[in-house]
Write a protein that binds this ligand. Structure first.
Ligand code: NAD
Ligand code: LMR
Length: 340
């Protein structure tokens, strides 16, 4: 697909889009949780993206420093920091894209589900503000557990009468980034040209990389495919353990988040054939939300693409992940007042 070879070099953004940053439409991007481990490098990467004209950085702690720092970079976007809850409305107003990396990260021994209690409350209150101040924005949900925070966001938007399934995305790009890196290593091919769809959800076995569809093709043994699958599924835990209590993936996540937001911007700007995997409302399986390839357009999701042919191993993985993904999706029906 056209977007997966995205690089973050400003010049290549301009070249591949066929317009200079001066003629690109005005686009406001807001980051909620901008001063965190992901938020800071993500703010930097979005500041480097010439498709962005306004960059709003919101966090409940540490925003002024991050905003002042990023604002000195001599690229197109105007940066504004918003530090207190009273300023959240201003941060959101007029946003085309809202990226949410607000919330607590895992420590060793925890699952993403262990983050549910605290992050569900954070996501719920942020989505209430989005419903009020920027109901037309594309929402890129990074906060974990993505398998539950996306359905929570959908419920909040429904309760406020502003839900549009085309505008809500769970960011699963890091799974794709990992699958590409690990595949390129084993297949001994140039990683820049690698594509691997990753479907399902964003936790453990719900992450299902489709190496049978990876390009360029390589003749890898079943054992290697199994090992690659497991490493992709456990990629988050690999980083959590290596950071030994200091959090989870931040730098690779910021990269992945910037790739996905860039794809959303390109879609909004009418660039054709922008395809990325994302966890969205779906009819690809019987589950109401599912990650698969999605074509992005002027209104967000233009088309949710099907799974394509699966190997027997992938078919088994698909059946195995469904009950777990279903129960994570259904968590959002927990009495939300408990979370307040
Ligand atoms: P972090 O603790 O370093 O940063 C989180 C930031 O969120 C902090 O700056 C904090 O002040 C802020 N915050 C908390 N409550 C807020 C609120 N109500 N409004 C605005 N900001 C608020 O954590 P991190 O490492 O940046 O991770 C953030 C989240 O992203 C975690 O839930 C983590 O599990 C998740 N994550 C997701 C993926 C993915 O692939 N989708 C990858 C990595 C991490
Ligand atoms: C990841 O995949 O790195 C994130 O979801 C963070 C985590 O907790 O693993």
């Amino acid at each position: 697909n056209s977007s997966s070879s995205t690089t973050l070099a400003a010049s290549s953004y301009v070249l591949r889009r066929g317009f200079s940053s001066e003629s690109a439409p005005e686009r406001k991007v807001t980051i909620l949780g901008a001063a965190g481990g992901i938020g800071q490098p993500l703010s930097l990467l979005m500041k480097l993206n010439p498709l962005v004209s306004k960059l709003a950085l919101y966090d409940i702690a540490g925003t002024p420093g991050v905003a002042a720092d990023v604002s000195h970079i001599n690229t197109r976007s105007e940066v504004a920091g918003y530090a207190a809850e009273e300023q959240l409305g201003q941060a959101l107003e007029g946003s085309d894209i809202v990226i949410i990396p607000a919330g607590v990260p895992r420590k060793p021994g925890m699952t993403r589900d262990d983050l549910f209690k605290i992050n569900a409350g954070i996501v719920k209150s942020l989505c209430e503000a989005i419903a009020k101040y920027s109901p037309k924005a594309l929402v890129n949900m990074i906060s974990n557990p993505v398998n539950s925070t996306v359905p929570i966001a959908a419920e909040v938007f429904k309760s406020k009468g502003v839900y549009d399934e085309k505008r809500l995305f769970g960011v699963t790009t890091l799974d794709v980034v990992r699958a590409k890196t690990f595949y390129a290593g084993k297949a001994n091919v140039n990683v820049a040209g690698v594509n691997v769809p990753v479907v399902g959800g964003h936790a453990g076995i719900t992450i299902l990389p489709l190496f049978s569809q990876a390009t360029p093709k390589a003749n890898l043994s079943d054992d290697i495919i199994k090992a690659l699958t497991k490493r992709t599924q456990d990629g988050g835990t690999e980083v959590v353990e290596a950071k030994a209590g200091k959090g989870s993936a931040t730098l690779s996540m910021a990269y992945a988040g910037a790739i996905f937001a860039d794809a959303c911007l390109k879609g909004l700007n009418g660039v054709p054939d922008v395809v990325e995997c994302s966890f969205v409302q779906s009819t690809v399986t019987e589950l109401p939300f599912f990650a698969s390839k999605v074509r992005l357009g002027k209104n967000g999701v233009e088309e949710v693409l099907g799974l394509g042919p699966l190997s027997d191993y992938e078919q088994q993985g698909l059946e195995a992940l469904k009950p777990e993904l279903k129960s994570s999706i259904e968590k959002e029906v927990l009495p939300i007042p408990l979370l307040e």
